[in-house]
Design a protein around this ligand. Structure first.
Ligand code: PHE
Length: 408
């Protein structure tokens, strides 16, 4: 229906436009002036009294009809031409009926009637044929202009590849899927409550200095300040608020800190948060899980170790290290000399983690006496740099195809 009415409108405008154009050209009614005069008068006034005289008169008319017909080139001029000949009120055929046939003498009437019928048949069939010709002609032009050439080669849009960071996300997600974790995602714009307070970081806690960060410029009177999350840890809180234990989730995402860009710092980077909470999770489950992950990611020959650390939302807190995958944990490069990756330390610092601080359970209505769990926050950019030997974090954000193409 919609299509049909659209067609209608275009046709309508086409007619209107056509009429305007036509007014400037030779109008078909002007063409007919010669026979108009004749058809306006009774036959006696034309000096015709005998049937034999009719044939020349009608032949003349037919000639001027044929000429008119040939000059109707578009729908608009065709319409005027049709009305001039077939119009009920003052079309040529009506005039002949009124002025020639009706007042004709008995002697002439039959012959005028016969010639008129003959002319009418000719006029009607020619007008219809002309209409069909114009229509198919205009359709042909439309078809020609809208024709799709299927033999033309298409536009080839080269398929890119996943960004290395996305590939590493995927790799890590697969490892945790295999041991029963699921993926959740959360907002990059957070409230201070989720980013700090509920993670046991009250307003004047010194660790906020490390995370001194991006606050949004909100309109005056906004209820709560908003900031770009500095870590994926707020999702620990959002997940536990929604879900009773057991909880086993990982949270991939972007995080933001006010770091000046250099080879190892960027104001936007990527983390995967991990959280497992249940009634009987021990420190052994924690280190076992991390070791499983690290071996899956770097290969079975690497070793892990942890050192004491500090995060307000884990207790105890640790920092996980991996034995340097480049020098096999020896600190010495294959050609002798110090390994450039671990700088001879044999270990590489990986990420922070710990057992969930019982204080955090208080913010999510978990019973700290009944549940225990662990959490970790893996910096993806750092891990990708280590695994793929990339020495500048900035390349992840520069979208240089020469870099991206190396990781199809
Ligand atoms: N959120 C911490 C950071 O960004 C990492 C972390 C996560 C530490 C979970 C312990 C537990 O530094």
């Amino acid at each position: 229906m919609i299509f049909a009415s659209w067609l209608f409108t275009t046709r309508d405008t086409f007619f209107r436009k056509g009429t305007m154009r036509c007014a400037l050209r030779r109008s078909p009614s002007n063409v007919m002036t010669a026979h108009e005069n004749k058809t306006a008068l009774p036959l006696v006034h034309l000096g015709i009294t005998r049937p034999e005289e009719l044939s020349a008169l009608f032949a003349d008319l037919r000639g001027s009809f044929d000429a008119d017909c040939a000059s109707a080139h578009d729908e608009s001029s065709w319409k005027q031409f049709r009305d001039a000949w077939l119009g009920r009120k003052s079309g040529v055929l009506t005039q002949i009926t009124d002025n020639w046939l009706k007042p004709a003498t008995l002697e002439l009437k039959r012959a005028v009637g016969a010639s008129l019928n003959e002319l009418r048949a000719h006029v009607e069939s020619q007008i219809e044929a002309r209409r069909a010709a114009i229509e198919s002609g205009s359709e042909k032009t439309a078809l020609a202009s809208e024709r799709i050439d299927l033999s033309l080669p298409g536009v080839i849009r080269p398929i890119g590849s996943q960004h290395l960071i996305r590939q590493v996300f995927q790799e890590i997600e697969d490892i945790f899927f295999s041991i029963g974790f699921s993926v959740v995602e959360g907002p990059e714009i957070e409230t201070p409550y989720y980013n700090f307070e509920a993670l046991n970081i009250p307003e004047f806690h010194p660790v906020r200095d490390d995370m001194d960060t991006f606050y949004l410029d909100l309109p005056k009177g906004a209820k709560t300040p908003l900031l770009l999350r500095t870590h994926t840890s707020p999702m620990q809180i959002r997940t536990m608020e929604k879900q009773k234990p057991p909880v086993r989730v990982i949270v991939p995402g972007k995080v933001y800190r006010r770091d000046n860009p250099d080879a190892t710092h960027s104001f936007a980077f990527h983390q995967i948060e991990g959280l497992a909470v249940d009634t009987d999770i021990t420190f052994c489950d924690f280190t076992g899980t991390i070791e499983y992950f690290v071996k899956q990611f770097f290969g079975p020959s690497v070793k892990t170790r942890f050192r004491p650390s500090y995060f307000p939302f884990t207790e105890p807190s640790v920092e996980f290290d991996v034995s340097c995958p480049f020098c096999g944990g020896t600190g010495t490069a294959s050609g002798g000399g110090t390994c450039s990756k671990c700088k001879g330390a044999a270990w590489i610092e990986l990420f922070g983690a710990g057992m969930v601080d019982p204080a955090v359970y208080g913010f999510v209505n978990y019973d700290a006496k009944k549940v225990s769990g662990f959490a970790f926050g893996i910096g993806i950019d750092r891990l990708a740099m280590l695994k793929y030997g990339i020495d500048d974090i900035q390349v992840f954000f520069q979208n240089d195809v020469r870099f991206l193409r190396q990781f199809p």
